[in-house]
Ligand binder design. Structure first.
Ligand SMILES: *Cc1c(COP(=O)(O)O)cnc(C)c1O
Length: 392
């Protein structure tokens, strides 16, 4: 019998790739010459601010940066991250022990369960959600338990509904506000509930704060989880420069929180990667020093797109979830479609508008679709006009 190459069980056990059919349809439509309006992926179309680009252009000539970086990040970058947390959230961090640089926050999120999840342990993952929480759990030998996010609860999880036998085996809770894909936000009271839940059950609270700076209500900017009392006892927060500064391609983020959680993640990183390019960290220091003169116009752009899209969807008879943060719109699929995928395929083939079926973010996303506001206002308006053609 001829041997054949076999994938490991951890890869084979992954859920099927839900976008394969959509990707195929995209290719087909593009080949026909259709002008696709891509609002599928959460990848900003706006360039990185010039100050940051100038900083890396200068730093790249600094030859010491051409050598291996330290896995935990330059002290100056960790200090800049700690200073930014102090200014933005009033949270005091020791840059030496409570901050670690990441090669994008996805890297940190993906590696974190390796440090704290034993085979058979459960990790609680809010769902629909960023798929990495569950995948990284599986890769570490753990078992994801999907905690549903429902519209009637403002897409916040009902922590009291998690069964006791699941809690007993749970090592960590992944949560994310402002949320991808629902765009829901969380207030202080929810974060306080999480902190109590974490210390009561001895569960690590892993908060993904990738969208903290994408908000439209200047009077109520999103919080850091670490702002609430007791959060740090069991808490870690992942932060990304990708969405705030339109730096998705640069790969830079950081994690902050309890020093043992940071040290555990650092231990994984010393064994897997060798840190982020120091010229990019140098540019990250510049990014974190930028003020509202740069960030406010960006927020205004997202806000204007958000309004155009919400108003447009409502004018077509949709019932989008209206939030005041992140750059996504989460909307129920109209009646008359068997699934989110059927709806998104129909929209794609009849209008050339690319949107994402909600179950791409896990089973609790079925029945919804996500629009990423990564097109200009004019293109979003055009997408809405084209969607008039789709009959529910
Ligand atoms: C985009 C995104 C990230 C990852 O960002 P990177 O720092 O670019 O790796 C993490 N979490 C959520 C919810 C995201 O949407």
């Amino acid at each position: 019998m001829a041997a054949s190459i076999q994938l490991a069980d951890r890869i084979r056990s992954l859920p099927p790739y839900l976008f394969a059919e959509i990707d195929q349809l995209k290719k087909q439509e593009r080949a026909k010459g259709v002008d696709l309006i891509e609002m599928g992926i959460g990848d900003p179309d706006i360039p990185t601010p010039k100050q940051i680009v100038d900083a890396v252009a200068k730093a790249v000539h600094h030859t010491p940066y051409h050598r291996y970086p330290s896995y935990e990040g330059m002290f100056s970058f960790r200090k800049a991250a700690a200073d930014w947390y102090q200014r933005r959230f009033g949270v005091k961090l020791d840059p030496e022990t409570e901050v670690v640089a990441l090669i994008g926050s996805k890297e940190g999120i993906a590696h974190f369960p390796i440090a704290f999840t034993n085979p058979g342990d459960v990790n609680l993952c809010t769902n629909p959600g960023y798929p990495v929480y569950a995948t990284a759990t599986t890769f570490s030998g753990g078992v994801p338990y999907l905690v549903p996010l429902k519209r009637e609860n403002g897409f916040l999880p009902d922590l009291d509904a998690i069964p006791a036998d699941v809690l007993k085996k749970s090592r960590m809770l992944f949560f994310n506000y402002p949320n991808n894909p629902t765009a829901a936000t969380a207030g202080r009271d929810f974060f306080e509930r999480v902190a109590k839940f974490a210390s009561k059950h001895g569960i690590i609270a892993a908060h993904d704060n990738a969208y903290s700076e994408i908000y439209f209500d200047e009077k109520a900017p999103p919080m850091s989880y670490l702002q609430v009392e007791g959060a740090r006892e069991w808490g870690i927060e992942f932060h990304s420069l990708s969405k705030t500064y339109n730096m998705t391609g640069w790969r830079l983020g950081f994690a902050v929180g309890h020093k043992d959680l940071i040290a555990g993640l650092g231990k994984v990183k010393t064994n897997i990667d060798s840190g982020a390019f120091e010229a990019i960290q140098e540019a990250g220091i510049t990014a974190l020093s930028l003020g509202n003169d740069v960030l406010q116009p960006l927020r205004q752009t997202w806000a204007a797109r958000h309004k155009v899209c919400i108003d447009g969807l409502k004018s077509l008879g949709y019932d989008p979830f209206v939030s005041s943060a992140a750059f996504y719109i989460w909307t129920p699929v109209p009646k008359g479609f068997a699934s989110a995928k059927e709806f998104c395929k129909t929209v794609l083939t009849t209008t050339g508008v690319v949107i994402t079926p909600g179950n791409g973010f896990g089973e609790h996303g079925e029945g919804y679709f996500r629009i990423a506001l990564t097109q200009t206002e004019a293109r979003i308006k055009e997408a809405i006009e084209r969607m008039r053609k789709v009959k529910a």
